[in-house]
Design a protein. Structure first.
Length: 121
């Protein structure tokens, strides 16, 4: 009986562990009204998925428009690595891993009135 309880306990602990890891990615949806959620809090090293749920194309990129130098990692295509480097069509995704702590503003390079913030702690 003790052995049975021990096995059940191990299974419960193991399955509880499985529900929390691997960590599900954080997602920002791009809709016709903009980025949802507008402010997203994550931990350093987390990957955010930007998914275009609108019928129009969108292009997430670091602030500020048009230089995109706000996020302090070189690379990408304009001024920072945090840039989808092209329009996302409906249903398309852009994945970005935030390795820098800080409050990072971004925008839609096609319609720069659409903005969002990722807070990396
Ligand atoms: Cu821009």
């Amino acid at each position: 009986m003790l052995k049975f309880i021990a096995i059940i306990t191990i299974i419960l602990v193991f399955s509880a562990g499985c529900t929390t890891s691997p960590k599900e990615g954080d997602t920002v949806e791009i809709t016709q009204i903009g980025f949802v959620p507008k402010v997203l809090k994550i931990s350093v090293g987390d990957t955010v998925t930007f998914v275009n749920s609108d019928v129009k194309s969108h292009w997430p990129a670091s602030a500020n428009h048009p230089t995109h130098t706000g996020y302090p990692e070189e690379g990408g295509c304009i001024g920072s690595k945090f840039d989808s480097c092209g329009p996302l069509k409906t249903g398309e995704k852009f994945y970005f891993t935030f390795n820098q702590k800080g409050t990072w503003s971004y925008h839609d390079h096609i319609d720069s009135s659409l903005t969002g913030i990722v807070i990396v702690e």
